[in-house]
Design a protein around this ligand. Sequence first.
Ligand code: ATP
Ligand code: MG
Length: 554
Amino acid sequence: MSTAERPVSSNFIRTMISEDLESGRYDQVVTRFPPEPNGYLHIGHAKSFSLNFGLAEDFGGRCHLRFDDTNPVKEDDEFVEAIKADVRWLGFDWGEHLHFASDYFDQLYAWAIQLIKAGKAYVDSQSADEMRENRGTLTQPGIDSPYRNRSVEENLSLFEQMKNGDFPDGTHVLRARIDMASPNINLRDPAMYRILHAHHHRTGDTWCIYPMYDFAHGQGDSIEGVTHSICTLEFEDHRPLYEWFIRELGIFAPQQIEFARLNLSYTVMSKRKLLQLVNDQHVSGWDDPRMPTLVGMRRRGYPPQAIRTFCERIGVGKGASWIDLSVLEDCVREQLNETAFRRQAVLNPLKVTLTNYPADKVEELDAPNHPQQPEQGTRKLPFSAELYIDRADFMEDPPKKFFRLGPDREVRLRNGYIIKCDEVVKDEQGEVIELKCSADLDTLGKNPVGRKVKGIIHWVSAAHAQKVKVRLYDRLFSEENPDKADNYLTALNPASLQETEALVEPGLLEAKSGETFQFERVGYFTVDSSDSQPGQPVFNRTVTLRDTWAKMKS
Ligand code: ATP
Ligand code: MG
């Protein structure tokens, strides 16, 4: 989408960037999205990369995709590929700028040596516990390590031995030599390198020391000429450290800008928790349609444009940002209302027999794919004397404002005739099992003058309807903030998935994986990409037609 089409809402980041361009501090805009390939992306990440790619687009700059792969133990190519697919799915393009922190391991190693030589880094041989103890607290300064004054020569030699694999994990670390008494704990001689005899998804067994994220991130930005390094608020206190490294190394200085991360109600976003939901089988996988992951939302049938609209709509700020899930669902509805073809499906069937319609007759009625968009064409709907309607569309003793079917009442069949209920058939238990109705055969596509028929209901022809599997998804958690519970797992919504069947118009059997329809008066449904077979689609409910939760609360 071009800048002209997108409503560009102003925000503090945009203002800062404009000022940097006006003052001549930078002459272009380069941003980046820096995921760690240790899990799948979720809607919070979408906020971050929509922002980064969006700003680059708006300012005529570029945005890089950089994998921060400095922790080989948790990272994997599976995640790299999934993340690339997700970013592309939302329509963003990094062009030639696909980068990996691991591309810079040689350069980072050289920079570490430069700092050692300048007396700005040293090898510490305290145990992890000792280091933690000596770091101090928010109110107490730290204590200098007994190894802090090692000579440059000794540091160089030890660091080389670390690199050569002479030491086991955890025996030494390389630390920046800054200030153990700094009020900012990040500046109390932070670790730069640790020993890790681990296989890396890209560099294999070349390295057994790996740079810390804090020693890699700012320099990665600098190497790539990133002008505006946009990240979430928890990195605000790390900014002085990144700036210290950049200054001591004398390299290009990006501007870091922090914003509040997205929190979405009725879900969790921590990767650790999402992983637990998968591993403990509370969901079927990372792409379970109830997950806040982008793979999950894709399988649920959320259109990428709806997610982009959502990210625009919520904006960016510095204050904690809790967004209600209904805001996202509204974006999905708005988008699907425009794009989804209409179809007829009945989830709770009640038989209707038309007593005045020939039993062996079949008509092919024309039904528009999209009533507001005639250019989308029509499809044929088989019609016959035996139909199914939804149970909820009939009441034996309806209140006045029930504009559906009741004894002696009239209703219009969607895309069909006006019918009248003449007789209610019940079983021995008194349950309604069939309605005998008469059709006014003069009412196809027209309303005879003077006739007021307010209700329109959907239906399928009994002989032609096809049975399909349907999954009714609801919110994964029943608590607005699942983290408020002692254990967030207790906030899981036991009714978040309901499997059932539907009778659908026959054409829907040909629906392709990923296609989304509006089942008229029911909701939006998408063909599941994993469990559907050719000619045998499984439908996931993407979203209801209205916000049913808002109704429940009021
Ligand atoms: P962790 O670091 O705990 O593994 P993470 O969610 O921060 O998890 P990253 O892969 O480091 O994962 O995130 C990539 C980028 O996405 C970072 O710049 C991060 O700030 C941003 N991001 C992550 N979660 C959110 C969120 N909820 N809202 C906005 N941005 C987010
Ligand atoms: Mg992170």
